[in-house]
Design a protein around this ligand. Structure first.
Ligand code: AMP
Length: 228
């Protein structure tokens, strides 16, 4: 099954994707992570996009689409992808559909996490990530250990784009460019709305219910995919 996890920045997409990856044996494709990796490695793409990412605007569709095709075309990930932070506008959604059908795949469910701007500001400005194991903490909701050490050699870091100004800009970008994507998937009857402000466990339990149904159903119609 292929999944899209959808919602504004700070909605908890990363946390829920990690849960799905672990429990449903999927592969997470986070365009934000891929772009940050390019920036960290100072590749030509990284140098081109650094100011765009740090300002909260969207990187060009061409750059994103290339990154996506590299993964969708790879047999290793066939029908096992969770898209996090992508698609973020209508052209990207249409392109994804095109790419998936080119490789005989489709989206099975779009999980939408709804969170208000006030909560998002706190989630984003309080977010700290361990440089070693990528575990995240939040100064307001799940504070890090008092000595600020997560695991050996890991330092707790803030993302360059995690500040109030850029958070609001990212939220506005989401509302303007990304919400129309939902209508596209609603027409395909794929969207499940979840309240992203309730506790993590209850969100995970609802997601599990949805995915278990889809997985059971896919096993019935394409059992061979699950034999190997
Ligand atoms: P994220 O980690 O998903 O919050 O993304 C961080 C930043 O990376 C965004 O604010 C954008 O600048 C850029 N970005 C991530 N995914 C996309 C995408 N699908 N299309 C365009 N820009 C993106």
């Amino acid at each position: 099954m292929n999944i899209i996890i959808f919602g504004p920045p700070g909605a908890g997409k990363g946390t829920q994707s990690d849960f799905i990856v672990k429990n449903f044996n999927l592969f997470k494709l986070s365009t934000g992570d891929l772009l940050r990796e390019e920036i960290k490695k100072k590749t030509p793409i990284g140098q081109k996009i650094i100011t765009i990412v740090n300002s909260g605007s969207l990187v060009s569709d061409d750059i994103i689409n290339n990154l996506i095709e590299n993964v969708v075309s790879n047999k290793k990930y066939e029908n096992r992808i969770i898209f996090d932070g992508y698609p973020r506008n209508l052209p990207q959604a249409k392109k994804l559909n095109e790419l998936l059908s080119k490789y005989s795949q489709k989206i099975d469910i779009v999980i939408k996490l709804q969170v208000s701007l006030e909560i998002i500001k706190k989630r984003i400005t309080g977010r700290l990530t361990c440089s070693k194991c990528s575990k995240t903490f939040n100064e307001f909701f799940s504070p890090p250990p008092t000595n600020m050490i997560c695991c050996q050699d890991g330092t707790l870091q803030k993302r360059d784009d995690d500040n109030v100004g850029v958070a609001v800009k990212r939220y506005e970008t989401y509302e303007k460019s990304t919400e129309p994507v939902l209508d596209f998937y609603k027409k395909m009857n794929l969207v499940k709305d979840l309240n992203g402000e309730t506790n993590i466990d209850s969100i995970q339990s609802k997601i599990s219910d949805y995915l278990t149904v889809i997985e059971g159903w896919l096993c019935k119609i394409t059992p061979y995919k699950y034999i190997f």
